[in-house]
Design a protein around this ligand. Structure first.
Ligand SMILES: N[C@@H](CCC(=O)N[C@@H](CS)C(=O)NCC(=O)O)C(=O)O
Length: 237
């Protein structure tokens, strides 16, 4: 029996993409089940399968693994020949530093610019025009805090591409890995909100978005938006 991966609405569930892409990178066959996030029964449905009450969660036989990062590490344990992390030791150490930072930081960007794969926001002064979000709770430093977060991401991409990217278009070269997956929801925000990245790193945004499994997820986002109702997706955030 294949493992089961529970994910949220594909158009807005930013951590679910990471868990789903991780399964692809490890070549794990999974049955993907959606729990729609904005319904009265959502909390109970998630809690019934995920101890943290969050998605994604992977049910592999008797083993329950929750949290996108833990799912990636579990998959790496199962299949170190897969592509969760780079195979070179130094590159893998660097990858884990970035993964830890992306997983823990960038709260300002997450809160001020929620992921929405089916919507486009207008821009003002180089940042999205959602003032209520930009200056709302959880966004330290307001617009400037958001700008700093985006600049730090660009710095990570630049540094990683310079050090490890020579062999191909991804952060670690020819092979897309879990670090690229963690940035998938982030690059999508640059697209949704039409944020201009610096010229030297801007191509990475398109490269990450064009990764074929990401395009598959985008198709899922469109169909999930139809299921919940496009007006619901368009009203978010
Ligand atoms: N750190 C967690 C974050 C998980 C998370 O916040 N997931 C969202 C959906 S993508 C969720 O379950 N939201 C429902 C809720 O908070 O009630 C991870 O990496 O998996």
């Amino acid at each position: 029996m294949p493992a089961i991966l529970y994910v949220g609405d594909a158009w807005s569930a930013s951590w679910s993409i990471c868990g789903w892409l991780a399964c692809r990178l490890a070549d794990l066959e999974v049955e993907v089940k959606s729990i729609f996030l904005y319904r009265s029964e959502t909390k109970g449905e998630i809690k019934a399968v995920s101890p943290s009450g969050k998605l994604p969660v992977l049910l592999d036989g008797e083993t329950v693994i929750w949290d996108s990062m833990a799912i990636a590490e579990y998959l790496w344990e199962l299949n170190p020949q897969g592509h969760i992390w780079p195979h070179d030791f130094a590159a893998r150490c660097h990858a884990r530093c970035i993964a830890a930072e992306v997983h823990r930081e960038f709260e300002e960007v997450r809160v001020a610019m929620p992921m929405n794969l089916v919507k486009r926001w207008p821009i003002r002064n180089g940042l999205p025009s959602i003032d209520t979000r930009m200056n709302g709770p959880g966004v330290k430093g307001g617009r400037e805090g958001v700008r700093q977060g985006l600049l730090r991401m660009e710095e990570i991409w630049r540094d990683c591409r310079e050090k490890y990217g020579a062999g191909g278009p991804y952060l670690f070269g020819a092979q897309y890995n879990f670090v690229d997956a963690l940035f998938a929801p982030m690059v999508s925000r640059f697209v949704t909100y039409d944020v201009k990245a610096a010229d030297d790193v801007a191509p990475y945004i398109g490269v990450n978005m064009d990764y074929p499994p990401m395009q598959e997820w985008m198709a899922r986002a469109e169909s999930d938006a139809e299921v919940v109702g496009r007006e619901v997706a368009m009203a978010f955030p």
